[in-house]
Design a binder for this molecule. Structure first.
Ligand code: PEP
Ligand code: MN
Length: 332
């Protein structure tokens, strides 16, 4: 249940309500809320006097629920609005990892050339093996910062663990929580205290319910800017790296108020399928697309098989507009 507390309710009364209803107090731009585990509308008489509005849900989706907010939350990614009334489908691209200055400058120039406003690259990489490239760390973040200053791009980069969360929050415009970190409460709660938008990726073994509940940790901690990212789940299929769950995307669009961005690159894991999948994603009327690109994918230090060349991405980018237009959306 979400209770909108009436303005001017005494602090002691709010604290008493929070305690007796086992609720979490959430401060938002519109005032204070109390989010409680209760699924029945019995707010006692004493407390009803302090409730402006009450929302009761029959499942565990609360602040993220479309029954709470029927419109998608409006979130600014750099200068671009997604969600709200915007009908924008934002393009996000860049290499899997920042590898050196020449490489990331080339990626930034691709963005500028096409009008893509958000550059994405990892500096702290959550690799499966300890013997592979782990990312440039802080030096990578500094290079991304340089790209923002030189090219005016918004930067999205991932936090691997909470030891470097402060550095990520300092350098990134948008924080990415990766599929493998999605359950990390240190990261979720740290991001909840920040005022930066958070792109939360779905774990590859995560149900939709668990995914949305991870988002609830960020929302209930006070950060209202959460974007969900479907990046493929693990199924019995091994020919592709993961399976892009478009049914899940339909669910998230219907039942949540959070913008949804799709990542076909990590889902299929191979560049050959990324253009077709990207068009399918845009046709679903989602809020954004994240596609990995590299100036020379063959020598990429991570995710080499799935990154598009800049020429391939340019062709793809130019093919997306009619698809977006057909479903009433604008590519930004
Ligand atoms: C990435 O975005 O480069 C990445 C590691 O993605 P995921 O967390 O989806 O595996
Ligand atoms: Mn990657």
């Amino acid at each position: 249940m979400i209770i909108h507390i009436k303005a001017n309710t005494p602090e002691a009364k709010i604290a008493e309500m929070a305690q007796s209803l086992s609720g979490i107090r959430v401060k938002t731009g519109d005032g204070e809320l109390l989010v409680t585990p209760s699924k029945t509308k019995e707010v006692s008489e004493a407390y009803a006097a302090f409730a402006e509005k009450t929302f009761v849900f029959d499942d565990d989706i609360q602040l993220a629920s479309s029954k709470y907010m029927s419109e998608k939350r409006s979130i600014k990614l750099g200068s671009v609005e997604i969600g709200g009334n915007s009908n924008n489908t934002i393009m996000i691209t860049g290499p899997c990892s920042v590898e050196n200055e020449e490489q990331i400058v080339s990626s930034a120039k691709l963005c500028v050339e096409l009008g893509v406003k958000v550059l994405r690259a990892g500096a702290f990489k959550p690799r499966t093996s300890p013997y592979t490239f782990q990312g440039m760390g802080l030096d990578g973040l500094k290079l991304l910062d340089k790209m923002r200053q030189q090219f005016g791009l918004a930067i999205i980069t991932e936090v691997r663990d909470s030891t470097h969360l402060d550095a990520i929050l300092e350098y990134a415009d948008i924080v990415q929580i990766g599929a493998k970190s999605m359950y990390d409460h240190g990261i979720l709660k740290g991001c909840a205290k920040s005022n930066k938008p958070v792109l939360l990726k779905r774990g590859f073994g995560t149900t939709l319910q668990e995914f949305v509940q991870a988002a609830e940790f960020i929302l209930s901690g006070g950060n209202e800017q959460v974007i969900l990212c479907e990046r493929g789940i693990r199924t019995f299929e091994t020919k592709t790296r993961f399976t892009l769950d478009l049914c899940g995307v339909a669910f998230l669009k219907e039942y949540t108020n959070l913008p949804v961005i799709l990542d076909p690159s990590h889902a299929i894991g191979y560049a050959y399928g990324v253009p077709d999948l990207s068009r399918a994603c845009v046709a679903m009327g989602v809020d954004g697309l994240l596609v990995e690109t590299h100036p020379n994918p063959k020598v990429a230090k991570s995710d080499a098989s799935q990154q598009l060349t800049h020429a391939e991405f340019t062709t793809l980018y130019n093919s997306l507009k009619p698809v977006a237009t057909a479903v009433g959306r604008h590519i930004v």
